[in-house]
Design a protein around this ligand. Sequence first.
Ligand SMILES: C[S@@+](CC[C@H](N)C(=O)[O-])C[C@H]1O[C@@H](n2cnc3c(N)ncnc32)[C@H](O)[C@@H]1O
Length: 240
Amino acid sequence: MGNHDSTETQMSNNIHVSFSKNAKTYDDYNIVQNWVVKELIGQIVDQPASILDIGCGSGAVYKNIDWQCDHFVAIDFAQTMLDIHPQDDKTILLLKDFNDPDCFDRFQSGEFDRIISASALQWANDLDDLLGKIKRLHAPVSLAIFTSRTFRTLHQTATISSPLRSLDEVQTLAQNYFSANYTQLNYQLHFSSVRDMFRYIKRSGVNGGTERLSYKQMRYLMDHYPLDYLEFEILLIHEE
Ligand SMILES: C[S@@+](CC[C@H](N)C(=O)[O-])C[C@H]1O[C@@H](n2cnc3c(N)ncnc32)[C@H](O)[C@@H]1O
């Protein structure tokens, strides 16, 4: 556990609101994650040569790195994702579950110049424990974590609680380990039909909580959802 008192924190007041014209094609399912990656990578100015990417997916982080990187280790527990991740002499792709207790054992403290994770750690079973393991690798972090006001109106309409941790909860946990800047991102993703919106929720890889709804509850939600957009809230945790 880190030392609370020595941790300097600063919450950025900037709330980013972005809009998509229309989200209905397959490529659009990663649209919010792509906005998040650009914000996250945009904060990195130290040009780290050795990077660990946790929950790498199809490689959005790697694809957005615009500096010389010599050693890029990417982990994901979905082989289908690793199969479409870019691969070259700098990348090492590892099939690993970050919830496994020994997930990070093979890495040396100081092996990485920066640890990045974009839109994946909201899936951590025990975020406190996972952040502690990341801290023990002794590298500055850039983490983006979806938080509970994602799909806020949808949860209110369906009268269910968010499966995600609140922004305050995630920030409080992170402050135990990292001397970081915190930025809140808010996005709205617009849709031309309710059907497209719910298809997006199913396929986007964001933990929405709608999978817990019965058919009847889902029908009610589709008939009564008052907006033509979905809301997203993300916390960026960035160490200089
Ligand atoms: C929303 S995607 C984000 C992918 C990529 N980082 C990006 O920004 O586009 C979340 C990724 O985390 C991976 N993931 C979820 N839980 C995981 C776990 N327990 N261990 C490893 N990877 C996990 C998923 O397979 C998926 O590729």
